[in-house]
Design a protein around this ligand. Structure first.
Ligand SMILES: [Zn+2]
Length: 274
């Protein structure tokens, strides 16, 4: 999972004196610095910045995981010998799940911090706040907080079939549940009704909350629902959705990544309909 582990305690300012080694979540171009030890990826663990000849361009304190301080940093150059940058998706099921969750958090904060160095209203350089996770403009007082983009996802079923659809960006043969970004002013329920109508031309009812998950590519919050088919003929928009079909549990197509919320929604259906 890419969501923050419950054992993580966020904080803005680091503890004054640190004698124990701390975790370093080091990024370049959105990828995490790891080295392979016994074929398992490992993060830098050191009480201070571990690469003296390789200064970070950005540093952020994150908080503690199991009481151990966690720092995020951004670098721009190639890694020291023995270290490599890896995509978070490729580290899934390899890196410890709690560390992966903190890495997703760190990635979003590093990107947000870099993208908000100047005030969006007046262009003055912004300053980090000590009391909250925010960047503040000293000239016009505008405050920028880390951004989240809410996305709803819905599993529509009808009798003993599940609706799955193909978007142009999917790998060949892969179908998934419908999803869409929440528009300004919409409720989650309105987004679901609008997206389902726009993308596949049907109506749904009985919306029920399923679960949520952080998806830090780059800053989504996935909120999953289930729904029942309530009328209309499947008709894809041909742009966001290329094909949509009702699948029985014994004739499933290729499915999205097991690290995704979509996979959990589909797997839950299969567990209860075999
Ligand atoms: Zn300003």
């Amino acid at each position: 999972m890419l969501s923050l582990p419950n054992e993580f305690q966020p904080a803005i300012l680091p503890p004054a004196a640190v004698e124990q080694p701390v975790w370093w979540f080091v990024f370049a171009n959105g990828q995490l610095l790891v080295r392979s030890v016994d074929e398992k990826p490992e993060l830098p663990l050191a009480s201070g910045w571990p690469f003296a000849k390789w200064p970070p361009v950005r540093r952020l304190y994150l908080g503690t995981l199991h009481g151990r301080p966690c720092h995020a940093a951004e670098v721009t150059t190639t890694p020291p010998p023995g270290w490599a940058f890896e995509n978070l998706r490729s580290l899934w099921a390899q890196l410890d799940e709690a560390l992966l969750g903190v890495a997703g958090h760190a990635l979003q904060l590093i990107e947000w911090d870099r993208n908000h160095q100047f005030c969006g209203q007046c262009g003055t350089p912004t300053e980090r706040r000590a009391e909250e996770r925010a960047r503040h403009c000293p000239a016009c007082q505008l405050t920028a907080y880390p951004r989240l983009s809410p996305v709803v996802m819905v599993r529509v079923t009808h009798e003993d079939r599940i609706l799955l659809a193909r978007a142009p960006r999917f790998a060949s043969g892969v179908y998934s549940v419908l999803a869409g970004f929440v528009e300004a002013g919409e409720t989650l329920e309105q987004t679901i009704h609008r997206e389902v109508a726009e993308e596949v031309g049907i109506k749904v009812s009985n919306l029920r909350y399923f679960a949520s998950q952080s998806w830090p590519f780059p800053h989504s919050l996935m909120m999953a629902f289930t729904a029942d088919y309530a009328g209309g003929q499947l008709q894809v928009d041909g742009r966001e959705i290329l094909d949509a079909r009702w699948f029985a549990s014994d004739e499933m197509p290729g499915l999205p990544s097991p690290m995704s919320m979509a996979w959990r929604l589909i797997q839950d259906y299969l567990t209860n309909h075999h």
